[in-house]
Design a protein around this ligand. Structure first.
Ligand code: NDP
Length: 276
């Protein structure tokens, strides 16, 4: 039973990663991001997910320092931008992120997207960054099974995490299976379908049984599937709502109801055709 916001999974290299985190795509740097991260840390979130491409690393670092928490109490993820990957500026991109965040290390460093022709070489540089001790874990994002198979043939380290779009309408069972078999932790982005979960009647129906909202049952379903997730909100009440999921457990039949909602439907770009 997953009981607390600090409950963690153990990655393949032994690092502990909180199951519930806080996402920060499209949150502007400065006051908006500082406020949102402050509320999230107050609410108990201990995993913060940013990226060079979000342009808010400076504010994220500031908000963490201002919280009074020790650095090691917060699990911090950032990601290499596609622009730096295309230009082969992997180490520079990483070091710029550390400098903007104002930290000596990150807990997880991800390749944001599998840029064709680049992502295997990029991964080899992430392996070096990992060996340098400045990223406690390394992983990928938006990798499908074929990208992971490609890496497996040519790389030394298996990614510890794969962060992908994942929610009731997009479940990708083969990817879930592949990652489970190889101890690659799946991490769900856009878990709330960017707000769309409120329009799915079955989620509201399951929610009524437990006195929970569609967002809450969705997040709980993701955690009970063994997947880490990082809902985003800039509203304090929703930040609290999304964290208030540790006092109930979805029954097997309700898990199955949500499993049946899969339509292979994306809210974001496809990893084989992205243009970002
Ligand atoms: P989410 O599925 O987390 O949805 C966020 C949207 O839902 C926002 O518009 C938010 O509005 C709204 N919302 C939040 N809570 C609730 C609620 N309880 N009820 C109803 N609506 C709600 O989408 P994201 O795309 O932001 O994904 C989450 C995180 O995943 C990102 O922030 C980012 O960190 C990561 N991500 C990674 C990607 C990658 O390529 N690796 C791609 C996309 C996301 P409001 O803020 O106004 O409250």
């Amino acid at each position: 039973m997953i009981k607390s916001i600090t409950d963690a999974v153990t990655l393949a290299n032994g690092v502990e990663m909180p199951r519930l985190g806080f996402g920060l795509a499209d949150v502007p740097d400065g006051d908006p991001v500082i406020r949102a991260v402050g509320w999230a840390l107050e609410a108990g979130y201990r995993l913060i997910d940013t990226a060079a491409a979000y342009g808010n690393e400076r504010g994220v670092g500031w908000a963490i320092r201002r919280s009074g928490l020790r650095r090691e109490e917060v699990f911090l993820t950032t990601k290499l931008s596609n622009a730096d990957q295309r230009a082969g500026r992997v180490v520079e991109g990483f070091e710029t992120s550390l400098a903007r965040l104002g930290v000596e290390y990150v807990d997880l460093y991800l390749i944001h997207w599998p840029v064709p022709g680049k992502y295997v070489e990029t991964w080899k540089t992430l392996e070096q960054i990992y060996h340098s001790g400045r990223a406690r874990a390394i992983g990928v994002s938006n990798y499908l099974v074929h990208h992971l198979q490609d890496l497996a043939q040519r790389a030394e380290i298996v990614p510890m995490v794969n962060q992908v779009e994942f929610h009731p309408r997009l479940q990708n069972p083969p990817l879930q299976h592949y990652c489970r078999e190889r101890h690659i932790q799946l991490e769900a982005y856009s878990p709330l379908m960017r707000g769309g979960v409120v329009e799915v009647p079955e989620l509201a129906e399951v929610g009524r049984k437990y006195g929970k909202t569609p967002a809450q049952v969705t997040l709980r379903w993701i955690l009970q599937k063994g997947v880490v997730t990082i809902p985003k909100s800039v509203h304090r009440e929703r930040i609290l709502e999304n964290a208030n999921i540790f006092d109930f457990e979805l029954a097997e039949e309700d898990m199955a109801t949500i499993d049946r909602l899969d339509q292979d439907l994306r809210t974001g770009a496809h990893p084989d055709t992205f243009d970002l």
